[in-house]
Design a protein around this ligand. Structure first.
Ligand code: GLP
Length: 245
């Protein structure tokens, strides 16, 4: 657990860890597989990656990405989609090949969704697994959209969103009634298979759930506690998010 003076400093540190990983992998002629998150938490990190690309020539040509989740149903054209979010905040500003970008498809039919989720999981394995997974945390203790009751071995699947998660998303959607009730998310088990994880949390509002994640008993009622079982997790906090530890 590392506590930084502010989220900007923490985000720069996380971005530099990613840049280092990409360079090391490049020097071995290997691709880097990144697991990406949405929400407000990684915004400064993505801004710093864009800066590193524009000002220091960091290339994403050999990077493959898998996003954690997408609302369901959700059109990729919608301003609420995570596809839109990722393009606006990262992909449109770097040299990544869009064929290397993977985000769960919120348009898949209910009949096909289980097969689709299995294929998403398979694609991650075929890429060699995730080298570095970025995570934020929801106030329910969710990682990705793995809400309470999500077990340690869950894989990519369709889930029902917790009312608190929908409430937290309501502002961006112009009211809770517009927030989808479901999502497709990588599972806790998918996340735990990553070789390294960077979990980030900012602000007082996350302090209590951050404390539970780190010091609480491991339980499916707070899926983020399963990170305690992983060998290589760095938790980056600003001062406010660390106050309950
Ligand atoms: C969203 C995302 C999560 C994210 C969390 C926290 O629901 N699906 O991946 O970590 O909520 O959001 P924020 O970073 O805006 O606090």
């Amino acid at each position: 657990v590392r506590v930084f003076v502010d989220k900007e400093t923490a985000s720069k540190e996380a971005a530099s860890a990613i840049a280092q990983l990409i360079k090391t992998k490049n020097s071995k002629g290997e691709k880097t597989v990144l697991g990406l998150a949405t929400g407000s938490t990684p915004l400064q990190l993505y801004a710093e990656l864009i800066r590193l690309h524009k000002e220091e020539g960091l290339s994403f040509k050999n990077v493959i990405t898998f996003n954690l989740d997408e609302y369901y149903p959700m059109s990729p054209q919608s301003e609420h989609s995570y596809v839109h979010f990722m393009k606006e905040n990262l992909f449109n500003h770097i040299d990544i090949e869009m064929e290397n970008v993977n985000i769960p498809d919120g348009t898949i039919s209910k009949e096909e969704v289980n097969d689709y989720c299995a294929s998403y999981e398979k694609k991650i394995s075929e890429a060699g697994g995730i080298d570095l997974q970025l995570l934020g945390i929801g106030r329910t203790g969710h990682i990705g959209f793995n809400e309470p009751d999500s077990d340690w071995n869950t894989l990519t699947r369709i889930v029902t969103l917790d009312p608190l998660t929908r409430k937290d998303a309501a502002k961006g959607f112009g009211g809770i009634d517009n927030v989808p009730t479901e999502a497709i998310t990588m599972g806790v088990g998918s996340i735990l298979k990553s070789k390294k994880i960077i979990m980030m949390a900012w602000g007082e509002g996350k302090a209590s759930i951050v404390n539970e994640m780190i010091n609480g008993i491991v339980t499916d009622q707070v899926p983020a506690t399963y990170l305690q079982l992983h060998q290589n997790v760095a938790v980056y906090l600003d001062r406010e998010a660390s106050t309950a530890l």
